[in-house]
Design a protein. Structure first.
Length: 366
């Protein structure tokens, strides 16, 4: 069989070569990054801190952690920082060394990779298409057996854009606590949620010591190149253990200062939420009128779409879009999804209009 090539949001060089399109001319609807770009305040003030690179960062990153604590409304002592959330995922898995992990999927592949290379086994709890990829809590309960030592979930989930409420997460934590199961929650996309306060697990860290929450600045703050991630955990013994395990100074001085600046940029934060909320509603309402597509309930800055016309694949939509310089994500590489699914994030209104036109025109011409 001929191998079909699928592209990730970071594969712009590969696309440039295959389609003869300059990567600078590609609008990536695949990367799920805030279309406003970096924080306004950061853009105008970071250069004035350039001399910070002449000295080592504070080993404890106290000012950065306090800025994050103020942003997420928790005690800064409950915050860990790392070189992107991927470093924190890696260190946590190395420490916990789970023998059997249960992952809610389809979802991001990094969890399985880290668990596997550290000698653990991964089992997936399948979020079903007929349930619009919403969690069946009672079904999950039967899978949370005593031989499971780690539960992993992304909330809101990538690529389904579904979410688990804080209320249900509390019930889940009670069950996991009883069975000695640790819970890792990736909240990379929670800031884009319709109502982040009802989704985030951060308040639960005050009552449970078997949970850690991971976040970063790559998506909401549009700064993947800074490699700044953070975690929130109420278990001080675990925080101390992780800090001893990971290398010191994994965040450079400018990245630490950038974090302090962007987490306080309230104007940017509010403008982002307003933009995403408006475009999410507009785009989903428009595309839902197309009988050849099914859109799933959307709770983040991206939407998962299923093609109902069996003669059309996600490859076809990808090809039609990329020839206009617009890149979507074929989701067939995610567990439980096939070549009938694609995902795209919300960009600025004019760019969104261009993608909608490509998608609707494709089906009108058939």
């Amino acid at each position: 069989m001929k191998h079909k090539e699928h592209f990730h949001g970071s594969d712009l060089e590969k696309i440039e070569k295959k389609y003869n399109i300059k990567k600078e001319d590609i609008i990536s609807f695949s990367s799920n990054v805030n279309p406003l770009g970096i924080s306004f305040k950061l853009k105008t003030s970071l250069s004035s801190h350039i001399d910070a690179i002449t000295s080592y960062p504070d080993r404890e990153y106290t000012d950065l952690r306090k800025a994050i604590g103020a942003y997420v409304d928790t005690d800064y002592k409950n915050i860990l920082v790392g070189n992107g959330s991927t470093e924190l995922i890696s260190v946590l898995i190395q420490m916990k060394r789970p023998k059997k992990a249960l992952i809610l999927g389809p979802t991001y592949s990094e969890y399985e990779r880290e668990i596997t290379i550290n000698g653990g086994r991964c089992h997936y709890f399948r979020l079903k298409e007929e349930d619009n990829f919403q969690l069946d809590f009672s079904a999950l309960q039967t899978e949370l057996t005593k031989d499971v030592d780690l539960l992993v979930l992304c909330n809101p989930n990538n690529p389904t854009s579904s979410y688990i409420s804080q209320k249900d997460l509390r019930k889940m934590l009670d069950i996991c606590k009883e069975k000695d199961i640790f819970v890792m929650v990736d909240e990379t996309y929670v800031e884009f949620a319709t109502n982040p306060e009802s989704v985030t697990s951060i308040p639960l860290t005050e009552y449970y010591n078997n949970i850690i929450i991971l976040r970063g600045i790559s998506k909401f703050f549009a700064a993947p190149g800074l490699r700044l991630g953070y975690a929130i955990c109420g278990n001080q013994d675990l925080i101390q253990e992780i800090n001893h395990k990971k290398n010191p100074w994994t965040i450079n001085s400018l990245a630490a200062i950038a974090g302090e600046i962007m987490f306080s940029d309230e104007e940017y934060i509010q403008e982002t939420r307003a933009l995403i909320s408006k475009e999410r509603e507009r785009i989903c309402n428009t595309l839902s009128q197309c009988s050849s597509l099914k859109l799933y309930p959307c709770n983040s800055n991206f939407v998962l779409v299923r093609i109902l016309d069996e003669t059309v694949t996600a490859d076809d939509i990808f090809d039609a879009a990329i020839r206009k310089g617009l890149m979507i994500r074929n989701c067939s590489t995610f567990p439980f999804l096939d070549n009938q699914y694609f995902r795209f994030c919300f960009m600025m209104p004019d760019k969104n209009d261009a993608l909608i036109e490509v998608i609707l025109s494709f089906f009108k011409e058939r």
